[in-house]
Write a protein that binds this ligand. Structure first.
Ligand SMILES: [Zn+2]
Ligand SMILES: [Zn+2]
Length: 551
């Protein structure tokens, strides 16, 4: 039997977020596996109490003795955020660049895994072996330091997994994308390109981070009171751009939000952010004149616990904004966050603060490739096969169509769980494996489709009623039944509760003598009677529990 190479995404293909990619090598029943990235997605409030979602790694967990390692392309949460929660299920070595390693080490320390995980630091452009996989890191540009594509060198050509990328000719931080290596790969022969689809609908080429420096400097120069800027903490190039623009207009940068401080530390450990004036702690806020202050804060997506939301709600312990100040959103709106962002912006406007976003001024550049950059990538690497990833279905379909028009012989439209044969022979989806979603619930990781999360949703949407009934051995009710209703009535003595209690008496009286001696029969009769009252009187189907006590 011939040995083939397959690509199996468990997350991130058909959605933007929670990337988890697998490459398998060998016969179908005897494969070695490599994982690239293991990320999370932040909840959008649709599931009560759930802030963090991640792919279910069950498929690879079963085969973890054949999982050679996990390679991280870069330090964004949608690529490494699940490592602290899922690594113990896999226990494989991890490979990352120095900056990504620094970010991951802090996360592992938070959960006490820092001494358990074998974390191998791979230099930029490093070539390294992970089990039977011959790998090479390729430097690209993105909205975080050290973004890498991973090249798998195989007997059937190179497989290039791009990770998140763009081609910024003038990045503010780090190296330019290594176009020469990409071209050389194309000359050698690229069997397959597995590529970022996020900005496939964006015409043309995005601006350079260096262009943004001029734009922000000009913008900051217009204002006389305080300026606050919010962006993603991990966008170290943006932190540098903001710091330089602030310095150019004579302002000091005060950092509000722990996430920024952590990234600044990780960046400095790796030689970034060393040429800008120091970032000051929140304590410095009081001492700076209004016209010399620039507050850099977290919360660009409206996250309710982040610094900006607290400033807008006037609950931040140290930083305050007032009439005449301005807040610049140097970030894009991630779909799903519109309402949360609007809530924060409304709060700021009510304080008399001016809000400036992408539609008002040039304040942000994307980290993902627009159509021109995608076309450049295809023309450099000239892949035989294209597999669009890192996008919702609409992004993947559009990317597939473009790849065809750019002359790619074989375009495979995969989704999470697809087993895609890349080489040898005809490329295509040859099988499917189970996929699922896990959520972080308090400090546990539980299935999204499990009873716990479903029960939580049911209670939130429909309320709950807990009924307590005490009967004797013959099934006679011994005391007035009790109903504890949550989220159903404003007044605990509401008459609907009385009606439900009457219905319990009737339901039990209506049972035959024999039926009354059977616990399950009595419990079911009570539950049905109570639910009927709530359904008919309130139009609700609450989660109904019966505590049934026989004495
Ligand atoms: Zn990403
Ligand atoms: Zn990214």
């Amino acid at each position: 039997m011939s040995s083939d190479i397959v690509f199996v995404p468990l997350g991130g293909t058909g959605e933007i977020g929670m990337n988890l990619n697998l490459y398998g090598r060998g016969r179908a029943d005897d494969r070695d596996w490599l994982m690239i990235d293991m990320g999370i997605t932040f909840g959008d409030g649709s599931i009560p109490g759930v802030d963090i979602l991640m792919p279910d790694p069950a498929f690879i967990e079963e085969k973890r003795d054949r999982l050679a390692g996990l390679v991280l392309t870069h330090a964004h949460e949608d690529h490494l955020g699940a490592v602290p929660y899922l690594w113990e299920r896999l226990r494989c070595p991890i490979y990352a660049s120095p900056f990504t390693g620094s970010v991951l080490r802090r996360k592992l320390t938070d959960v006490g895994l820092q001494n358990e995980v074998a974390l191998h630091i791979v230099p930029l452009q490093g070539r390294f072996q992970v089990g039977p996989f011959d790998l090479e890191m390729v430097t690209l540009t993105h909205s975080i330091p050290e973004p890498n594509a991973v090249a798998l060198h195989t007997d059937h050509g190179i497989i290039l997994h791009t990770g998140d990328w763009r081609l910024d000719p003038r990045p503010v931080i780090g190296e330019k994308a290594d176009l020469e290596v990409l071209r050389a790969f194309g000359d050698t022969g690229v069997a397959a390109l597995v590529c970022d689809s996020t900005n496939v609908f964006v015409e043309g080429q995005s601006h350079s981070e260096a262009d943004l420096l001029a734009s922000l400097t000009e913008l900051f120069g217009r204002f006389e009171n305080r300026i606050a800027v919010t962006c993603f903490a991990s966008n170290v190039a943006r932190l540098e751009t903001i710091a330089r623009a602030a310095d150019a207009v004579g302002r000091s940068v005060v950092v509000a939000g722990r996430a920024v401080q952590r990234i600044v530390e990780a960046a400095r450990e790796n030689g970034y952010l060393l040429d800008v004036p120091p970032f000051l702690d929140e304590e410095a806020f009081d001492q700076l004149p209004r016209e010399q202050t620039l507050v850099l804060c977290t919360g660009s997506q409206g996250e309710p616990r982040a610094a900006l939301a607290r400033i807008a709600a006037k609950t931040h312990p140290r930083v305050m904004l007032e009439e005449g100040d301005v807040v610049v959103f140097s970030s894009k709106v991630i779909p799903g966050n519109e309402r949360a962002i609007a809530r924060v912006q409304n709060g700021l406007v009510k304080l008399g603060v001016k809000v400036i976003g992408e539609s008002d001024h040039f304040v942000h550049v994307s980290g993902h490739p627009g159509r021109d950059e995608l076309e450049t990538m295809y023309s450099l690497v000239r892949p035989k096969i294209s597999v669009p990833v890192h996008g919702e279905a609409r992004h993947l379909a559009q990317h597939a169509e473009l790849a065809r028009t750019w002359g790619v012989a074989s375009v495979v439209e995969a989704e999470n769980g697809s087993v895609v044969r890349l080489t040898p022979g005809k490329a295509g989806v040859i099988d499917e494996v189970p996929v699922g979603r896990l959520v972080l619930e308090g400090n546990r990781v539980v299935p999204l489709e499990g009873l716990l999360v479903r029960g939580r949703q049911k209670v939130v949407f429909n309320g709950s009623a807990v009924v307590t009934v005490v009967v004797d051995g013959w099934g006679q009710i011994l005391a007035e039944p009790q109903i504890a209703a949550v989220g159903l009535v404003d007044d605990p003595d509401d008459e609907v509760i009385g009606e439900a209690i009457d219905a319990i008496w009737k339901a039990v009286d209506g049972l035959s003598k024999g039926a009354r001696r059977d616990d399950d029969t009595v419990r079911d009769a009570i539950r049905l009677a109570v639910r009927r009252v709530f359904r008919e009187r309130l139009g609700k189907k609450p989660m109904t529990e019966v505590h049934f006590v026989r004495v």
